[in-house]
Design a protein around this ligand. Structure first.
Ligand code: WT7
Length: 649
């Protein structure tokens, strides 16, 4: 923990939507009079029919339910598109910056976006997609990704975006779980100059699951296989489609999307978000966290969230919230280090970005390359910086603040999760003095608490598991197809409370400091990875009999993947096998699951009842071996000596 405190700059205190007094007053009201607070905040959304009940929620097992804005009817795309046409139809909504800066930038106005969304919605309809159907989207960072998502929402179909870095197997599993029979993809993606064979991946996935229609966008023009009767070309079907598509009337609690995320079991969970609460929550948090409002000249500030639409940050803070708030935003196809390490800052100069939101892992990678890549760019347009996805270490925070932001820009370190829909604990730039590394204070309506291991709420400065004791509008509503799993995962550990899976410290000033996951989930480059998923990929290999995966500290990724592997009796533990296993996991799950270290272990530390003692494996992976704790309950304590002797550096 760092002791530094950065007060709110005077001009922010004066001009921001929320100053410190307003924060306190609004926060108090959001807790004391939740119904009144949210009734007012919900007015930012155009409701086709008004809701009759603001909040009807209970986290108790006997009466477990979460409903917001009941009775309300809306369409989220009417809020993101139609309502802007009159006032800002010709304003640029999306500035698309391609992977390679020598390619042409695309600028898409609200009117054009509306037209393309309506057309693509009609394409989906003509393919038989109806309200409630699930549509899988496997696209790179191109405007068509946003268009596809919004087209689904337009007609009430439920999108399931699968990050374009996932393998055919991972894609097939997600298609199967939500039984979608249509996939939207591209011939190839392009990242850092390298093609990603998206269509070939879809073809491979379709060997495992039945899909009726594949709509393929041509991004690179690569030569790909076309399955007649199944595959159609994006441009061809769009050409004939009408741009008139009325927005489907959606119930506040109708599903909007499913997004798969890793948990502590091998199978990813389909996190389901609904329409009304999500619309209110994401647009409100976006407005307050980024102080998003017109500049003095009436123009909307250029905003850039560098997250991929394949993750929740891309859903909430690239697609839905900025468009609902009428933003002009950059959508970036590429990576921070291509063509060189100045790319982020050059894009900022090129498009005069004022608000920039990125993950600490990218900052750490760039920080290592030296300040020159940053300082040779202007960055004069920047006013506000954001961080998301993992704890930001004080060194990276300082670098972001001092070098990138020239000490001028506040940093909003936003803690949240796929499950929470939007920012839960975060500074507000005009209200919150900053402490590097702390996500600081709760968003309106959020009641965080720190409990002990028995679930007793702890007062004052303390640390322990982080829970949220009451519902907020953007909360996930279920695990798709498995409501019981939803309850068991989040509400069973500490009855009556939502358990985040994170550990947290709260200091004397009431600031929250997220310390990281305390379940069997690790955070690799700001992306959540279930250790069980990597384990099941490893044991699926012919040579492996058993595997245990834990996190290890990693300079750039935050956490790396450390795997203990027991091979079959007749298998030799060679360097070749190690390399093959790394490749295998990449192929099974995707490059984000690449193991950073594999240690061959003839035996794993198990209790007499057969449970792997992960605490020991974690300590060895973290090289914190001075005190391994009590090992006397192990069936064979000698395996620990072997593990210590063969630790991977
Ligand atoms: C987990 C959620 C938030 C959208 C992207 C990740 C970690 C996220 C922070 C932060 C410390 C953070 C937590 C959380 N996390 N933001 N600002 N400070 N930790 O969404 O994949 O659902 O992962 O990311 O551990 O539980 P996700």
């Amino acid at each position: 923990m760092s002791d530094a405190l950065f007060p709110v700059p005077a001009e922010w205190a004066e001009h921001a939507l929320i100053d410190s007094a307003t924060y306190l007053e609004k926060y108090q009201r959001s807790i004391d009079d939740a119904a009144g607070f949210w009734r007012d905040e919900a007015q930012r959304i155009d409701w086709i029919e008004p809701f009759h009940t603001v909040k009807d929620t209970s986290f108790d097992e006997a009466d477990f339910h979460i409903r917001w804005f009941e009775g309300g009817k809306l369409n989220i795309t009417a809020n993101a598109l139609d309502r802007h046409l009159e006032t800002r139809g010709d304003q640029v909504a999306i500035i698309w910056e391609p992977d390679n800066p020598s390619e042409t930038v695309r600028k898409i106005t609200y009117r054009e976006l509306h037209r393309d969304v309506c057309r693509f919605a009609n394409v989906l309809k003509s393919r038989g997609v109806k309200k409630g159907d699930r549509v899988t989207i496997y696209l790179p960072m191109v405007p068509e990704a946003a268009i596809s998502m919004l087209a689904c929402a337009r007609i009430g179909a439920v999108h399931s975006v699968v990050f374009a870095g996932f393998s055919p197997d991972a894609l097939a599993g997600r298609i199967e779980d939500c039984q979608s029979n249509i996939v939207i993809t591209a011939d190839e993606g392009l990242r850092g100059g390298k093609p990603i064979p998206l269509k070939a991946n879809v073809d491979a996935a379709c060997d495992k699951v039945a899909v009726e229609t594949v709509i393929m966008l041509r991004r690179t023009g690569a030569d790909v296989q076309i399955v007649s009767g199944r595959d159609v070309d994006w441009t061809e079907v769009m050409d004939g489609a009408s741009s008139d598509c009325p927005a489907e009337l959606m119930d506040a609690e109708d599903p909007l999307f499913i997004l798969y995320t890793s948990g502590s079991t091998g199978k990813p969970k389909g996190v389901l978000h609904t329409t009304g609460g999500y619309a209110v929550w994401t647009s409100m948090t976006h407005q307050y966290v980024f102080d998003y409002k017109p500049n003095a000249d009436g123009k909307m500030p250029v905003y850039w969230c560098a997250a991929d639409v394949g993750w929740v940050t891309g859903h909430s803070y690239v697609v839905y919230a900025p468009l609902i708030n009428g933003a002009t935003q950059v959508m970036f196809e590429g990576v921070p280090n291509f063509p060189d390490h100045s790319r982020f800052w050059e894009v900022i100069d090129k498009h005069q970005v004022e608000i920039f939101y990125a993950a600490p892992t990218a900052l750490r990678a760039l920080m290592r390359e030296g300040d020159e890549w940053v300082t040779k760019t202007s960055r004069k347009s920047l006013r506000l910086l954001g961080s998301v996805g993992e704890p930001i270490n004080p060194e990276a925070w300082d670098w972001y603040h001092r070098v990138v932001g020239d000490r001028r820009c506040p940093i909003v370190d936003t803690w949240w999760q796929t499950e929470t829909g939007g920012a839960m604990i975060t500074p507000l730039p005009g209200a919150t003095a900053l402490k590097p590394g702390s996500a600081s204070k709760p968003m309106f309506g959020v009641k965080p608490e720190i409990v002990d291991n028995d679930g007793n709420i702890q007062a004052g400065a303390t640390d322990g598991p982080l829970v949220i004791t009451d519902s907020w509008p953007g909360q996930m509503r279920t695990v798709y197809g498995d409501h019981d799993r939803f309850f068991q995962t989040y509400f069973n550990t500490f009855p009556g409370m939502y358990f985040t899976g994170d550990g947290c410290k709260r200091d004397e000033d009431g600031y929250y400091w997220i310390t990281g996951r305390i379940d069997d989930v690790i955070n690799v480059s700001g992306h959540r990875m279930g250790t069980a998923e990597v384990e099941s990929a490893l044991v699926a290999h012919d040579s492996v009999s058993e595997a245990a995966v834990v996190g290890m500290p990693h300079d750039i990724k935050g956490q790396g993947i450390y795997a203990y592997v027991t091979t079959n009796a007749d298998v030799e533990d060679t360097e070749d096998l190690r390399a093959e296993l790394v490749k295998w996991v990449r192929k099974e799950i995707g490059p984000i699951a690449t193991p950073d270290a594999i240690q061959f272990a003839p035996g794993l530390p198990k209790t007499r009842s057969g449970k792997i003692m992960r605490r020991i494996l974690r300590k060895i992976a973290e090289n914190d071996v001075s005190n391994l704790g009590d090992t006397s309950t192990l069936a064979d304590p000698s395996v620990v000596d072997d593990l210590l002797a063969n630790r991977k550096k």
